[in-house]
Design a protein around this ligand. Sequence first.
Ligand code: SF4
Ligand code: SF4
Length: 251
Amino acid sequence: MQHEPTRFNCVGCGACCKGRFIPLTLLEARQWLERGHDVAILLEAFKQLHWPASEQEYQHSLLRSAQVSCGNTHVQVTAIFAANALAQCPNLQADDLCSIYDERPLVCRIYPMEINPFIELKPQDKDCPREAWEHGEIIASATGSDSSLNSLIQVSRLADRADARAKIAICNRLGINVAAWKAEALVIQFPARELLLEAINAEEPIPESGTQALGRWKLRVAQSSLGEALARGELALDDAESVDYVFHALR
Ligand code: SF4
Ligand code: SF4
């Protein structure tokens, strides 16, 4: 719950355009690739049986995931298509301004607000310098968020849900079928630009809804105790070291 009103005024420092992945909707990912830039795919899996947080958080994650087969059972997988801005965003100019400002992705319009309803906005967790929080419009308060930002957040959440199954179908087309365990690690794939664009543009229809499992996947975990627990739950683990993806442990 937000108590004190939070004022914000972007000072154009460009810090939020460096050293990160920038999540994109599926439409934005296609446009990003068509501009000649790279898109990475971040993959995480979860299952209600092993869910550690509240039912509401589970439902939120469920809506932005797709069911896949795994071992003798099923698991939910979320694919995040994200612009690769690990060095810096390719659209960031030398003057720290955005060269596609009027067409920038939703998340760039929403930052520094949180899209996940279960994460509270904390200025200290953001890249914006202190002076950005000293003046400007109130963007969050006890009565809610700025209405225009809130509208963008809703659009982003709806896109996450609408794209969830299509993104997994695209991964299947690319032969991508390993996900990390949610909150423990991420599997990060760096598909070739042309192949990813081809998979997104494939003519066969991509399912927007439905409950049938989309492909057969495996899980990669960092901790052996977690792996043993998941294997007891008849989930299939990917034990082999792979050069196909980066495995990034989160804890
Ligand atoms: S698209 Fe523009 S606003 Fe978004 S990260 Fe790149 S440079 Fe920054
Ligand atoms: S880090 Fe904050 S202040 Fe700097 S450009 Fe990004 S949104 Fe603006």
